[in-house]
Design a protein around this ligand. Structure first.
Ligand code: KIV
Length: 275
């Protein structure tokens, strides 16, 4: 089937270059078919199968143990729910760091087996050659700089980045290197708003912020955080737009009470021979 959606890497780049459509990019994570379909129907621009699934789906304390096979599986599930949105997938830890050649092969699998439209890699100058290899082979790349969760051990935890003059300069160089390597947009995570603005003003490609203030060309959040499903993780940059945690518990408690008191199922929800 020919996909005619206007939500693609080429259009996202052009949106900023030509300033034709000043509306901001909206990116939300998804890991399964049901939510992917809901996000798609809600008009989200980019659905990201984030390796944050290691935390919110698998219950791990970081993203490092997520495998390429798991990312392919979740991307397949999500892609069945996507009609209009652009589908981007995280390349998991160690699927792109060893060599550009291996990175290209793995990016190819996420696209051909998973159904992704683009891949996301964490890093800057250090991965620029790899990003160039992937983009020049026809696979769009979303960059990711600042607080890069796969470098959690190296960064000494989930800390705001770009606080010193030299850190700010090297983040700007990272962003420029990714743009030069052909990335269509950049996620800026966990950096001061002023630095995010400076990078956004300097780049020709859009920036998508998470914990990076209001000046980015778009914003991304983890689905579970937007829905208020995750009550034990509430960093400053997260805004919950619902309280699904309470709603889910209420619904399950009601179901449970009705089963225990034999109120469910009634005739209405039962089959009878001959009717
Ligand atoms: O893994 C993820 O979900 C992400 C976003 C939060 C940007 O990288």
């Amino acid at each position: 089937m020919l996909r005619k959606s206007k939500k693609n890497a080429h259009v996202f780049r052009q949106m900023k270059e030509t300033k034709e459509n000043p509306s901001k990019l909206v990116c939300v994570t998804a890991y399964d078919y049901t939510f992917a379909k809901l996000l798609d129907e809600s008009g989200v621009d980019i659905i990201l199968v984030g390796d944050s699934l290691g935390m919110v789906v698998q219950g791990n304390s970081n993203t490092l143990s997520v495998t390429l096979e798991q990312m392919i599986y979740h991307t397949q599930c999500v892609s069945r729910g996507v009609q209009e949105a652009h589908l981007c997938v995280d390349m998991p830890f160690m699927s792109y760091q060893v060599s550009a050649r291996e990175a290209l092969r793995n990016a190819g699998r996420l696209v051909s087996e998973g159904g992704a439209h683009s891949v996301k890699l964490e890093g800057g100058v250090n991965i620029a050659r790899t990003v160039e290899k992937i983009t020049s082979s026809g696979i769009p790349v979303l960059g990711h700089v600042g607080l890069t969760p796969q470098s959690f051990h190296q960064l000494g935890g989930y800390k705001i980045q770009g606080k010193t003059v030299s850190a700010r300069e090297s983040l700007l160089q990272d962003a420029l290197a990714l743009e030069d390597s052909g990335a269509y947009a950049l996620v800026l995570e966990g950096i001061p708003a002023e630095l995010a603005k400076a990078i956004t003003d300097r780049l020709k490609i859009p920036t998508i912020g998470i914990g990076a203030g209001p000046h980015c060309d778009g914003q991304v959040l983890v689905l579970q955080d937007i829905l208020g499903l995750n009550t034990d993780f509430k960093p400053k940059f997260v805004k919950a737009y619902g309280n699904l945690n309470e709603l889910v518990k209420e619904a399950i408690t009601q179901f449970s009470n009705e089963v225990k008191s034999s109120k469910f199922p009634t005739k209405e929800h039962s089959f009878y021979a001959g009717s």
